[in-house]
Every structure is written in structure tokens, then in C-alpha cells.
Design a protein around this ligand. Sequence first.
Ligand code: CU
Length: 149
Amino acid sequence: MSKVVFISKKRIQWYILLAAAVIVAGAYVGWHQTKAASAPVSQEPQVRNIVTGEFRSTSSSGKEIESYVFSPGTVVVKKGIPVELRITGVNGQSHPFVIEGLNLSGEVQKGKTTVIRFTPEAAGIYPIVCTTHNDPANGVPMVGYIVVQ
Ligand SMILES: [Cu+2]
């Protein structure tokens, strides 16, 4: 048993038009998905919190030993993604600092948080150095490290 179906020329044109519309819509949706997938995954800043602290002790000869520190002493971030460094002053009235290799500087004051924003472009180790407490004769230099991977 066979069945013959006649399709009019007008109906064929309609099917071709419908198929073309589906292809165009599919290409449009696909292009948009590709565009979204190639966009950066996240530009949320990499937030790193640091505090200024102090080590204090007395040597066996009775000499007072002290050193200000950045704590944590090392923070690790990824290159190419914005960084937000929040440094809060806990010990010490003031810590003016420079970040070597990144051309950044600032000051941390007791009870305040200094926020530094930058986007590291190259991997490396960048020292953050307090310019007040950097004399080895007065204790250990106050230095921390920003490791960019
Ligand atoms: Cu300092």
C-alpha cells in the first residue's frame, strides 16, 4: 500500500522560509552564547586583608627588641585581575609605605584602613616596604611581599 502526498509549491516555499528562520535564529543564539563564554569569567577584585602588627620582646641582656610587621607577611594574587589591598593599622601610629616594582605608595594609620587598587600585569614578587621602619639598626625591617602568579 502506498500513499502519495502532493505538496503545493506554495507550501514548499513556506517550509524553506521556516527552515531558514530556524537556522538564522539558531545562529543568532549560538553567536550570543559564544560571545558570553569568551567574556572574562570574573572581574571581581581579589581582596587581600593585611594588618600592621608588632613583635616585642626583651633579650637575655635586658635589651628591648621590637619590630613592626605586615600580617600576613605574604599575599598571593593572580596577574591580570584587579587587586584590592586593604591594610589596617593596628600597631604603630603611622606606616608610610611603597610597593616596589608596582610604582605604588601610601600610608597606613592606626585604627584606619588604607585601600590600594591595582591590576598586576606581570608575575613576580613585589615587596611592600614601610619607609619609616626600614632601618635594621632599629629592629627587623618592616616588609611584606605581594606574590603575583
Ligand atoms: Cu612601619
